[in-house]
Design a protein around this ligand. Sequence first.
Ligand code: ADP
Length: 244
Amino acid sequence: MGGAKTDIILLNESDIRCDGRKIDELRKIIIKAGVLQNANGSSYIEFGNNKILVGVFGPRDVHPKHLANTNTGILRCRYHMSPFSVDERKNPAPSRREIEISKVIKEALEPSVILKKFPRTVVDIFIEVLQADGGSRCAALNAASVALADAGIPMRDLVSACAAGKIANSIVLDVNNEEDQFGQADMPVGYMPNLEKITLIQLDGILTHNEYATCIDVAIQGCKTIYQIQKKALIDKFFQGDIK
Ligand code: ADP
């Protein structure tokens, strides 16, 4: 982030980004719910060039048993990048980054799940990144929220996620891999659109107070658009397109 020198033009004189988008434009997003036969809930997302599959199991008995909580259910999350998800083979063993992102996604989903409804049990979320292209934690969070809903887990709201950031001194929506590497800031945001509550904020880079506030607003607008795509994926699964 920030320091690397590159010839890449992140924003041209017409305010068009390196992948052809405008500054307030999301990448192309496709979400499908219920794509796996053997999981209780599942989803698949394409978020630009990110391709991610999520399987959810539970609520089910907790193993090891000492992790069970008599007052509440618990969430567990594993974010994993497949060896072929990036340009050089990724070691399949969990890296520090994957362990951190697993924790971040779990904590971003927890406020949306009514955990008290299933004490002593666990809901496991398995995230497989098949192809990564920057912003994979946000893409994974969108897919995981749809997979939880697909599994029938009681929820207060969906969590929608997208990043805003700063490149070439401009605030932009949905930072891609090049912008993440060579830009000035990247701020992933998770948001519950009906409750109007933020469940995730991270910031890599430096922003002024005003830029910080603008980034949050821009990211929330992106989340609201993504929410409609998540909702449509669930409607398409459960009503097979009958209800629009
Ligand atoms: P996010 O994917 O949420 O933006 P990071 O900012 O940590 O998370 O990573 C940005 C991007 O860097 C990833 O989406 C991926 O394209 C790339 N990346 C991450 N880990 C590796 C790796 N081990 N090898 C090559 N590229 C990687």
